[in-house]
Design a binder for this molecule. Structure first.
Ligand SMILES: [Fe+2]
Length: 205
């Protein structure tokens, strides 16, 4: 059992760059209540995602290679990462164990939201709920319990995107799940297991 996420300490924010600090100040307010205010978090993420003066050097340093770089990744609480998948690279279907927000900086990120329709652990058939082309200045949010999704780039659907992703906590603290897109098989990711990066990666077992 993971202990509750602690509040964001003001001293945690003092060392952050001003645009990231502004985001975290808004997020700190948005998570004060019983449930996170996801529209407020999405708006704050879009504000940073459209700050190209700040983000352009970080996007350039990531370059064309697929990967991610942490912009603020404390041990507990909301984590902010810059992520890029390459042309035609779709991520594996997964959940997070905590709330999540994705905001697009450049390009088109395809975001697919699923629901598990079956009760069998081995044959949970997934129903595609939405298939969105998320462009610059747009965001997606999901809450735990309804957050089975995949995202990345679909060939010929715009340029491969650079996106900001914020998770409500370190997702590797939680037991999560991932699915094999081709067969619908599901497997449990024990804490510490980051799962597959791409849907084309071999599905273990
Ligand atoms: Fe995700």
């Amino acid at each position: 059992m993971v202990s509750p996420v602690p509040a964001i300490a003001p001293r945690e924010l003092t060392t952050l760059d001003a645009p990231v600090r502004a985001l975290y100040e808004r997020v700190a307010q948005a998570i004060e209540g019983d449930a996170p205010d996801m529209p407020a978090i999405a708006a704050a993420m879009v504000a940073l995602a459209t700050d190209h003066d700040y983000l352009a050097p970080r996007v350039r340093s990531l370059g064309d290679r697929p990967g991610s770089v942490g912009l603020h990744v404390p041990a507990r609480g909301p984590r902010l990462t810059l992520v890029h998948r390459g042309d035609g690279q779709m991520g594996a279907i997964h959940d997070h164990g905590c709330w999540v927000t994705l905001a697009c900086i450049t390009g088109i990120e395809t975001h697919r939201h699923f629901r598990a329709a079956a009760t069998s652990a081995q044959l949970a058939s997934l129903e595609l709920i939405t298939d969105r082309a998320v462009g610059p200045g747009e965001a997606v949010t999901m809450l735990t319990g309804d957050d089975i999704h995949a995202h990345g780039h679909v060939a010929e659907r715009g340029e491969a995107a650079y996106v900001l992703i914020m998770t409500g906590d370190d997702q590797r603290l939680y037991r999560r799940r991932e699915w094999d897109t081709a067969t619908g098989r599901v497997r449990v990711l024990e804490p510490g297991d980051g799962g597959r990066w791409l849907e084309s990666d071999p599905f273990p077992g």
